[in-house]
Design a protein around this ligand. Structure first.
Ligand SMILES: NC(=O)c1ccc[n+]([C@@H]2O[C@H](COP(=O)([O-])OP(=O)(O)OC[C@H]3O[C@@H](n4cnc5c(N)ncnc54)[C@H](OP(=O)(O)O)[C@@H]3O)[C@@H](O)[C@H]2O)c1
Length: 201
């Protein structure tokens, strides 16, 4: 699906600037105590409750934004069903099977943001990784909320959730520790929802 034609109409009319304020970007990630996100292109943990939570939070017309490598890591490299998938890549030739009508391909973080501001401002927009995408959204202060699953483990990996200044965030919710019942992950984990303090961003 071509994004550029929609984008230019809105950019020319300067409407996107007016409605930008309304889009809420939520980073959602599963990390460990070292903020590790994954290793060798794969997730480090498959936490059953977490996967269910991820599905229920993002489904029903939610919007997910991801880097091309995270897209490649999805099961069968297929877009997530029931959600609008925005894939960021620098590759102008990148495409997905046209049978998927829920995919937008964009070529910068800014294009992804403008697309959401223009068309999905009434939806929850989830930034689902990987490292490079979280980092760019965080660096630009675009993230309003972080929904983290934190596994009580210190395994190494090669991609990390960005460090953030705790003074800029407050803990809105923190769950009790629980244990996964999926794929033999016997580590405990907990959920944390952090909100950006209004006066810091
Ligand atoms: N634990 C979690 O919650 C979680 C969530 C998501 C992902 N992960 C893990 O994270 C890893 C992937 O993360 P990653 O950082 O390596 O890759 P990534 O962020 O998923 O994708 C990187 C790719 O996105 C594109 N890209 C990024 N910034 C761009 C920009 N400004 N303009 C145009 N294109 C841009 C480029 O694609 P092109 O090369 O095509 O140009 C780049 O190679 C995997 O191990 C995955 O399993 C973990």
């Amino acid at each position: 699906m071509s994004f550029s034609s929609f984008f230019y109409i809105f950019a020319e009319n300067k409407i996107s600037i007016l409605i930008k304020i309304m889009t809420k970007f939520i980073a959602i990630a599963c990390i460990n105590q070292k903020r590790v996100l994954g290793k060798e292109g794969k997730l480090l943990y498959h936490v059953g409750n977490d996967l269910k939570n991820f599905a229920s939070m993002t489904r029903f017309n939610g919007v997910v934004i991801m880097g091309r490598k995270t897209y490649d890591s999805l099961p069968n490299s297929e877009p997530l069903k029931g959600r609008i998938n925005i894939i960021i890549t620098s590759n102008e030739e990148f495409s997905v099977d046209p049978k998927y009508d829920n995919v937008y391909i964009v070529h910068s973080v800014n294009d992804a943001v403008e697309l959401c501001n223009a068309f999905f401002e009434d939806k929850e927009v989830f930034v689902i990784g990987g490292e490079s995408i979280y980092r760019q959204f965080m660096d630009e202060n675009l993230i309003d909320e972080m929904r983290l699953t934190i596994v009580n483990d210190d395994a190494d990996g090669d991609v990390f959730f960005p460090e953030y200044n705790e003074d800029d965030w407050y803990v809105y919710y923190k769950s009790m520790a629980q244990v996964s019942s999926y794929e033999n992950v016997d580590k405990s984990f907990y959920y944390e929802i952090l909100m950006r303090k209004k006066n810091n961003g």
